[in-house]
Ligand binder design. Structure first.
Ligand code: THU
Length: 132
């Protein structure tokens, strides 16, 4: 099964609506397609003890792993307003995506204005860390 970019972006946009972000007020939704063509979504979930908050990508990856998905084929991240541009994955999430991806795995970053950017994880996380 192939999931169109539009469907992936719609799923991330839907997940973003449920973001729990009373501290930053910065909503993020993520949707990914796994190696079996299944879709997994997540949103950011913050906490009054700030460092306990988690990112949308982390939630989508956890959902994939829990459902038996092994690899990320493509991931869309929706966040950011038109003036500051799309939410690209934070450093920690780049490493999280990398764990289940190839250098060519595509990341779509979309903001409120609908503007989107396309990257590969190799581009966003060059010279990445691997265990020997
Ligand atoms: N956030 C994400 O969900 N993903 C990212 O890649 C960057 C940041 C969330 C974390 C926090 O809840 C809010 O955005 C502001 O940093």
């Amino acid at each position: 099964m192939t999931v169109a970019n539009e469907d992936l972006i719609n799923a991330a946009t839907q997940a973003r609506r449920n973001a729990y972000c009373p501290f930053s007020n910065y909503r993020v939704g993520a949707a990914l397609v796994d190696d079996r063509g299944h879709l997994h979504v997540g949103c950011n979930v913050e906490n009054a003890a700030y460092p306990l908050g988690s990112c949308a990508e982390a939630a989508a990856i956890a959902a994939m792993v829990q459902q038996g998905g092994k690899r990320i084929v493509r991931i869309a991240v929706v966040g950011g307003t038109g003036d500051i541009g799309p939410c690209t994955p934070c450093g920690g999430c780049r490493q999280r995506i990398h764990e289940f991806a190839d250098d060519e795995t595509v990341i779509l970053a979309i903001d409120d204005s609908g503007e989107w950017q396309e990257y590969s994880i190799g581009e966003l996380l060059p010279a990445s860390f691997h265990l020997p």
